[in-house]
Design a protein around this ligand. Structure first.
Ligand SMILES: [Zn+2]
Length: 326
């Protein structure tokens, strides 16, 4: 074999992944409150719909490729409230988004200044359920400056905040994110602290914030550990997401985690709270979420600005067999 990938190596150290049996959660509904669908394919949308994902939130973030101007942000935000929402609707999945300047791009200060000026044009649009994802990446002064400015914006708009916590020096970054949010007078019940782990969860819950967990394939924060966290801390104010994007990630992380929870004996009620209900409770504070909208049938005759996802009379593809999270 020519190329042993790093994924294969990680798998070797992490052991064999748990098989995903969708039948364990057949009929359950899921809400993925953090998934970057702009980076995903129509196959992903179809697989998510097949697995029971009825609604999702797409937070604004960075594109991998550095941006060269304000128009790139403008088009991206427009896409989150326009084309991407339409694409999602074609699979019967209700699409919401959060709008913000992400921490990484806050470090390009000349551009960040301009982005702050256009944010108010987007945050009051239909389907925008919060300011996000904002917070710390490298924990720089610029990141702190724009985090604070956007907390003020959230307060002014009465919107929930979706906080990205740093992957390096996570505990300190998470504490700092919460301290600053409280300093700006935000109600912790309106703030969703994301990318938690065992090190951060207790304090986040104790201080009254929502605690979101991202299930990353081939890392330690797989869904096996998530089951243990819910067993230990209960289901209140905890939510699971995939944070699937253009990197190695799994848009089925939420239903797969629900299936594993079911296999590990968690109650249907707790599973529903962490994979559906708590995210709705948190983000419905925006006034933008109505569960009655989740059941809309995809109307494939619809177009968005004259454009469709269909090519030559196609229909979205049928079921495909599922994969697994280690
Ligand atoms: Zn993200």
């Amino acid at each position: 074999m020519c190329c042993s990938s790093s994924i294969a190596r990680d798998k070797a150290t992490m052991g064999e992944p748990e098989a995903f049996d969708i039948s364990a959660v057949k009929g359950m509904k899921f809400f993925d409150p953090h998934v970057h669908m702009t980076s995903r394919t129509t196959d992903d949308y179809q697989a998510m719909a097949d697995a029971g994902v009825v609604a999702l939130i797409e937070p604004a973030f960075w594109l991998g490729q550095p941006r060269t101007g304000l128009d790139s942000f403008r088009d991206y935000y427009s896409s989150l409230i326009g084309w991407e929402r339409f694409r999602s609707s074609q699979f019967g999945i209700k699409h919401y988004c959060t709008i913000g300047l992400n921490s990484r791009e806050a470090n390009n200060e000349s551009l960040a200044e301009q982005v702050m000026e256009i944010l108010p044009l987007f945050i009051y649009k239909e389907g925008v359920v919060g300011i996000g994802e904002i917070g710390f990446d490298d924990q720089t002064a610029a990141e702190e400056k724009y985090y604070r400015l956007q907390l003020e914006l959230a307060k002014e708009a009465g919107l929930p905040v979706q906080v990205h916590t740093p992957h390096r020096d996570k505990k300190k970054g998470t504490q700092r994110s919460m301290d600053i949010a409280l300093e700006h007078g935000l109600d912790p019940y309106q703030v969703i602290i994301d990318h938690n782990n065992e090190e951060t969860v207790k304090e986040v819950l104790d201080r009254g914030f929502f605690a979101a967990f991202t299930i990353y394939p081939f890392t330690k924060m797989g869904n096996e550990r998530m089951v243990e966290i819910v067993k230990q801390y209960g289901a209140e104010r905890i939510m699971v997401n995939s944070a699937a994007d253009w990197g190695i990630s799994d848009p089925l992380a939420v239903p797969k985690t629900a299936a594993l929870m079911k296999m590990r004996g968690l109650s249907d009620q707790d599973i529903e709270l962490v994979t559906y209900r708590n995210a709705i409770t948190a983000f419905a504070q925006s006034g933008q979420i109505d569960e009655a909208d989740f059941n809309a049938q995809a109307d494939l005759t619809e177009k968005f600005e004259g454009n469709t996802i269909l090519r030559g009379g196609q229909q979205p593809r049928p079921d495909k067999s599922s994969i697994i999270i280690s």
